[in-house]
Design a protein around this ligand. Structure first.
Ligand SMILES: NC(=O)c1ccc[n+]([C@@H]2O[C@H](COP(=O)([O-])OP(=O)(O)OC[C@H]3O[C@@H](n4cnc5c(N)ncnc54)[C@H](O)[C@@H]3O)[C@@H](O)[C@H]2O)c1
Length: 387
């Protein structure tokens, strides 16, 4: 077994610079960052210089061929994840891929099958899992403290947080809007908290009321999900966008329904709250308020949570924990936290949401599962799964 992992980053934009590269560098005892790649040579060169990375590339195939990395972080736009992840796996690299791993369930399934065939690890960046309050909620539910969970809810609202950079506003590049971008974290987290119950169907409705309107309201880069940048900027140029700014509906799982409201922009305060109701207690996370009873009295409490580790104060702390977890797993010291079956369940929910919103009816799991001889469902703007 190796003592040190040779890592590379493909895509040197916002999330690579703000999260992946600092997190890889923080794991210096087990990870050596050997190269970065961006299709824009100036971006790649500047990134290598800023972080003292030995080599840079403008072509991911050349990087994979020449560097033979053990681990690749895929930090490119959503629509390129499947192609680049596949390429990395085919070249023998383990992969951490930004979320969402794929634009459809079937594409994700194809990637996990390839990873399994090659004996490689593939982990999606579902980094919200590593928030202290989310971990605590997962522990409470898995230990049975809430009793039997019978309902979940997601409220993830940015008042004005439409991304102003990259190409998040095109369905062909991003796979969707607010739900594919920020909803994926919340859906992954609540499914994980609730024990990953199989998603059976989704009824979804989407809206473009703000993005398609004249609402040029000022907001900050931070509100849009960026670590740095102008504190005050105008709303993203949305003229040629074709994605939703708001998504609502219900995920029907084998155990309990999960309702959701997810918005990049809404006339509401910012909100980031998951709710789980059990027959003994209920909770909200990540604030981790627990609602129950003590004797005959209604009793609410907030458990005292201790820091998870040294990176809790980093703006993208989840990436640090994820990257350390994957590195430790590759070195035989840990079990992967983010499991394939969990990411696939989340991808199923997202895929079914867009199917449902388009069709105006519940979309059912069997419509996206691969059955021998069955016709293929493929979402608009997605590439072939190749499975
Ligand atoms: N986990 C999180 O919390 C989080 C937060 C923000 C973004 N993201 C995800 O990270 C990904 C990137 O987002 P971003 O905000 O960094 O976008 P970005 O536009 O800032 O950066 C993407 C970079 O990829 C480069 N690129 C595009 N195609 C490429 C290719 N084929 N080969 C090499 N480089 C290529 C672009 O030139 C750009 O520099 C997206 O999938 C996004 O959803 C995740």
């Amino acid at each position: 077994m190796k003592e040190k992992i040779r890592a590379a980053v493909i895509g040197a934009g916002m999330i690579a610079r703000a999260a992946h590269i600092p997190a890889l560098l923080s794991a210096g005892e087990s990870v050596e960052l050997v190269a970065v790649c961006d299709r824009d040579p100036e971006t790649a060169a500047a990134c290598a210089k800023d972080f003292s990375v030995p080599r840079w590339y403008a072509d991911e195939e050349a990087l994979l061929r020449e560097e033979r990395p053990d681990l690749v972080c895929v930090c490119t736009p959503n629509g390129t994840h499947v192609r680049i992840t596949r390429l990395a796996l085919e070249n023998g690299a383990n992969v951490i891929c930004e979320k969402p791993l794929a634009l459809s369930y079937r594409e994700g399934l194809g990637l996990y099958r390839l990873a399994e065939e090659k004996g490689l690890c593939l982990a999606a960046c579902q980094t919200q899992r590593f928030q202290r309050g989310i971990l605590a909620a997962q522990e409470y539910v898995s230990e049975g403290l809430l009793g039997t969970p019978y309902y979940g809810d997601i409220e993830r609202i940015r008042r004005r947080g439409i991304p102003t950079w990259g190409n998040f506003l095109k369905r062909s590049a991003n796979g969707g809007g607010a739900l594919a971008d920020i909803g994926v974290h919340a859906i992954d987290a609540i499914l994980w908290i609730m024990g990953n119950p199989r998603v059976l169907g989704v009824t979804g409705v989407s809206s473009r009321a703000i993005i398609a309107g004249e609402n040029q309201v000022r907001s900050s880069s931070r509100e849009c999900g960026m670590l740095s940048g102008p504190e005050i900027s105008v709303l993203a140029q949305t003229a040629d966008s074709d994605v939703e700014d708001f998504a609502t509906g219900m995920i029907r799982t084998e155990k309990a329904p999960i309702t959701f409201r997810i918005g990049w922009a809404a006339h509401l305060p910012d909100a980031n709250r998951l709710t789980v109701l059990g027959d003994r207690m209920g909770l909200t996370a990540p604030d981790m308020r627990v609602y129950g009873a003590l004797g005959q009295d209604q009793c609410d409490f907030t458990p005292r949570l201790f820091p998870l580790g040294p990176w809790d104060n980093q703006p993208f702390s989840g990436h640090y924990y994820l990257i350390h977890n994957v590195a430790d797993a590759l070195l035989g010291r840990a079990r992967l936290v983010i499991r394939p079956e969990e990411t696939l369940n989340t991808l199923a929910a997202i895929d079914l949401f867009y199917m449902s919103a388009e069709a105006g009816r519940e979309a059912k799991r069997e419509e996206i599962e691969i059955r021998p001889g069955a016709g293929e469902h493929r979402r608009r703007g997605t590439a072939s799964a190749g499975v």
